[in-house]
Design a protein around this ligand. Structure first.
Ligand code: BES
Ligand code: MN
Ligand code: ZN
Length: 504
């Protein structure tokens, strides 16, 4: 893991193998890089022109400095019009992949506020992320173990204090990416449950006795005893049985209680309503919600936030087998509600129904679920942004958290008439799906709402932003993105900050 050392030194005088500076669209070097601009003087604009740099996001150029500054290599990255945290996160990510072979690097990107320092740390580490566990020759890491972050504000306590929490969030995003990228044969529900147990155990080692996370893994027998008909039905076609993993982080003096529920379909073939082959290609991603709630819970505990977190990872594999659930089957969820299965590919809502039922029993102040739930949401909002549905105030809370975390999300409504659509089954309480494509992402949310016990609730449909099928851009690597961890951690952080302080 890369560490970051803050220094006030001038980027023109700092001797590193490479110095990274931002370029704005007005042709100036971004804050933090002024000294480099002064060293180049009037030659700067000509240099940028020769390089074809316009300061746009995504631009990167590497320039031998010929001793104009102390470091031999200058890396210029486009920032756009303004050095916002989002722009800096992206630019730092692009820089991380451009610096391919340097034993020492100094980042002179805008970093004179806690939000900007956070953006540099996140961007650099996430942009440089690669998943090499399955490469027989992974190669040696080419970025240095320690990066120097140059900022005139290095001695400010709030700025210096921003590094560590950013690292914790990045660890959670990286952990999520690793799990999502893992081949589905190696991350079956039991294997994933084991991996969660191991991750929590590792995190607990560094946590104070009162601030550790408790893990309960419910296996198929236990799920049967409890009547988790959704998880059992979805898992019935797989050789690997389902699991429900329940995490509890209950620090002393908690000022709020947040429940997080994640969809953990370790592979979604569609079941008997089998998916077209092309749609199945990346369906190892279908456990990303579960990965995000677990990693967010670990991050919250490591940050020591005074909020109780109850997290639920609903794990099953949706496969074709002799015992697969069939269209026409009726299952009974944990809460006792009966559901007619109409499309075996709408499996996410079935496992979430059980997990939400379990979460409601903990009586949290707020309930948030996160799931790669519907292709409909990808059609509605594109593949870079989550849809957020539920109670208006909780939706607003999630959107604000997403904003702070640099994760794009957009509100979607649940119009009243969906209540009728979800009740259109002639044999069971609820129809799992009514076969009408229009508003399918909304239907799914209306369905989930039935299992929220009337608690304040929001649902994040992350089917779009979870997996990047294209190349790297900014801090977003190819494959798993780790979307959601940042938003969930921010949500908990905001709850902690908003609560009336308890007299100590
Ligand atoms: N896991 C998929 C949704 C999905 C689609 C995730 C694309 C990531 C990228 C989900 O289980 C599914 O198959 N949904 C169906 C729902 C339908 C049958 C009601 C869909 O989107 O078509
Ligand atoms: Mn499906
Ligand atoms: Zn699915």
């Amino acid at each position: 893991m890369t560490t970051f050392a803050l220094r006030t030194a001038s980027p023109a005088k700092t001797k590193a193998e490479a110095v990274v500076v931002g370029v704005l669209t007005d042709g100036t070097l971004a804050p933090g890089g002024e000294a480099v601009g002064e060293a180049y003087g009037r030659k700067l604009s000509g240099l940028l022109a020769t390089l074809g740099l316009k300061g746009r996001p995504g631009e990167v150029a590497k320039v031998p400095t010929a001793k104009v500054i102390a470091s031999p290599l200058l890396v210029l990255v486009g920032l756009g019009d303004e050095a916002t945290p989002d722009a800096v996160r992206r630019a730092a990510g692009n820089a991380a992949r451009a610096v391919t072979n340097a034993a020492s690097v100094a980042l002179a990107l805008p970093a004179d506020s806690p939000a900007l320092v956070r953006a540099v740390v996140e961007g650099w580490r996430l942009g440089g992320y690669t998943f090499t566990s399955y490469k027989s020759k992974p190669g040696t890491p080419t970025t240095p173990a320690e990066v120097v972050l140059l900022t005139p504000a290095a001695r400010r306590a709030d700025v210096a204090a921003a590094v560590e929490p950013a690292q914790v969030v990045v660890d959670g995003v990286v952990g999520t990416r690793d799990w999502v990228n893992t081949p589905p044969a190696d991350l079956t529900p039991p294997a994933f449950a084991d991996a969660i147990g191991a991750a929590v155990k590792a995190a607990n080692k560094d946590l104070p006795a009162g601030g550790r996370i408790k893990v309960d893994v419910l296996d198929e027998q236990r799920l049967d005893e409890l009547g988790c008909g959704g998880l059992l039905a979805v898992g019935s076609g797989s050789a690997a049985p389902p699991r429900l993993v329940e995490l509890t982080y209950a620090p002393k003096g908690a000022v709020a209680h947040v429940a997080l529920v994640g969809k953990g379909i370790t592979f979604d073939s569609g079941g008997l309503w089998i998916k077209p082959a092309a749609s199945m290609a990346t369906m190892k991603e279908d456990m990303a919600g579960a990965a995000a709630v677990v990693q967010a819970t670990i991050a919250v505990a490591r940050l020591g936030l005074p909020v109780r977190v109850s997290a639920f990872a609903a794990l099953a594999e949706n496969m074709v087998g002799a015992a697969s659930m069939r269209p026409g089957d009726v299952l009974t969820t944990y809460a006792g509600t009966t559901v007619e299965v109409t499309n075996t590919d709408a499996e996410g809502r079935l496992v979430l129904a059980d997990a939400l039922g379990r979460a409601v029993e903990r009586e949290p102040d707020v309930l948030v679920d996160i799931a790669t739930l519907t292709g409909h949401m990808v059609l509605a909002l594109g593949d870079k942004m989550a849809g957020v549905l539920g109670d208006d105030d909780v939706v607003a809370e999630v959107l604000a958290a997403g904003e702070a975390a640099g994760e794009d999300a957009w509100p979607m409504p649940i119009p009243e008439f969906y209540d009728e659509r979800i009740r259109s089954s002639k044999v069971a309480d609820l129809a799992q799906y009514d076969g009408i494509r229009w508003g399918g992402g909304i239907f799914a949310a209306a369905f989930l709402r039935e299992f929220t016990g009337g608690l304040p609730w929001a649902h994040l449909d992350i089917a779009g932003p979870t997996f990047n099928k294209g190349g790297a851009n900014g801090h977003v690597a190819p494959g798993a993105t780790g979307y959601g961890v940042g938003t969930l951690v921010e949500l908990v952080r905001a709850r902690a900050a908003a609560a009336p302080s308890v007299p100590s």
